[in-house]
Design a protein around this ligand. Structure first.
Ligand SMILES: *Cc1c(COP(=O)(O)O)cnc(C)c1O
Length: 422
């Protein structure tokens, strides 16, 4: 019998992986709490919450139980013209928890589709209101919104999406600064459909933290312009930044909000786009053609909804918001010694997200640099799974991570500085 890695190499194609140079994928056999167990018995602390999805920890018994019970009761059913208890209950719950005014829940499967839905709803509502000239989307430099065509268009093309250039629609891209924002709204007045942004933290763009005041200004300007504000909280949602949603810290209620990743504790693919009642009403008509033509085969999968409900309950029982912030603080404290180190810049934290930039010559910076590869290798040897965004070293572990595990994550982050020559 050949090893899992060998069989993998023959038939599989991995995401965001350069098969020409990247090391073999880790064969993971099991996961419990903050620990991933490899096929050979080695254990790794999941320092990045399995691509930012795992909120509470792996295989949480209450969520596993909810998943099994729902699978036995109602596994799936078409969601056009049918409904079910898990979808309704989750919808009610999300509307309760969401910022003021978000009153409608549209289900899809992942963060990218949640963004596609928001973009389509936005523009179609413009058309329905007789404003088809509102074709301008404003987006941020360094933003990431997913990998489907609409999401790629909105996201910063550098460094991933330049090859698709001819197929991406044009957006007005600005740095996350008030002045640029004001300028863009002045220049494109009357033609702006929406501003889309990741509130407070640009995740894949390098855990870049942006001041709350920027989003307050964005809210004022979108309102004055008659444009929408779309909050992509796919990464920041459900407590990562210390509040349930990052836009709460800015005191901002968006018109649309995209959620995925932490929604199901990373256990099943499920996403939602929350919208205002006003947007929903822009689609109400006696004419069928004015409906929202979007829906996936697995829309509102009952098992996914039941898991999301269980995850929300666990979050309340365990004070997930407080726990994540505490974990972030613990790791940040352990890294304090790095302040002043010339190889380290911008040590920063928001909630449970801790990051710093490893200073490297410009040609070695950026997502595609090999820094990430060196650090991944080194941290795995230390029993911690890290996956830097280029030269941005960060941790964002699940809420069950113990103090001792936080220490080990911090140690791996500190060691990462010495694991290669810049
Ligand atoms: C991960 C992410 C997405 C895409 O979500 P997928 O589930 O990977 O499609 C969109 N927006 C943000 C901010 C993300 O972090």
């Amino acid at each position: 019998m050949s090893s899992l890695s060998e069989r993998d190499r023959r038939v599989l194609w991995h995401p965001y992986t350069q098969h020409g140079i990247d090391p073999e994928p880790l064969p993971v056999a099991a996961a419990r709490g903050a620990i991933l167990t490899l096929e050979d018995g080695r254990e790794l602390i999941d320092g990045i919450s399995s691509w930012w999805t795992c909120l509470h920890g792996h295989a949480h018994p209450k969520i596993v139980q909810a998943m099994a019970a729902q699978a036995a009761e109602l596994d799936h059913v078409i969601f056009a013209g049918a409904t079910h208890r898990p979808a309704v209950e989750l919808g009610e719950r999300l509307v309760e928890l969401a910022p003021e005014g978000l009153a409608r829940v549209f289900y899809s499967d992942n963060g990218s589709t949640a963004v596609e839905v928001a973009l389509k709803m936005t523009y179609q509502a413009c058309v329905h209101r007789g404003e088809p000239e509102r074709t301008v989307f404003i987006a941020l430099e360094g933003s990431y919104h997913g990998d489907t065509f609409g999401a790629m268009s909105i996201g910063d093309p550098v460094p991933f999406f330049e090859p698709y250039g001819p197929f991406l629609f044009e957006v007005v891209r600005i740095p996350p600064e008030a002045e640029a924002l004001g300028e863009a709204f002045k220049q494109h007045a009357g033609r702006i459909a929406a501003l889309i942004a990741e509130p407070l933290v640009l995740g894949a763009g390098g855990m870049r933290m942006v001041e709350a005041a920027f989003y307050r200004r964005a809210r004022e300007l979108t309102r004055a312009e008659g444009a929408l504000l779309i909050a992509d909280e796919v990464m920041t949602g459900f407590g990562r930044t210390g509040t349930r949603f990052a836009c709460e810290q800015a005191g901002v209620a968006p018109d649309l909000m995209c959620l995925a990743k932490g929604l199901t504790n990373g256990m099943l693919p499920l996403a939602v786009t929350l919208a205002t009642e006003e947007l929903f009403e822009a689609f109400l008509s006696e004419e069928r053609s004015r409906f929202f033509p979007h829906g996936h085969s697995m829309t509102a999968n009952p098992i996914g909804c039941a898991v999301a409900l269980a995850s929300l309950e666990v979050g309340e029982e365990t004070d997930v918001l407080g726990r994540l912030s505490e974990i972030g603080r613990t790791i940040e404290n352990r890294l304090e010694g790095l302040r002043g180190d010339p190889r380290v810049a911008n040590l920063r934290r928001l909630g449970g997200i801790v990051a710093f930039d490893r200073v490297v010559p410009p040609e070695k910076a950026g997502y595609l640099s090999n820094v990430s590869l060196h650090v991944r290798r080194d941290s795995i040897e230390r029993g911690v799974l890290l996956r830097p965004l280029g030269n941005v070293i960060y941790a964002l572990p699940p809420a069950c991570t113990s103090e001792e595990q936080c220490d080990r994550i911090a140690e791996a982050m500190i060691a990462s500085i010495d694991c290669f020559t810049a």
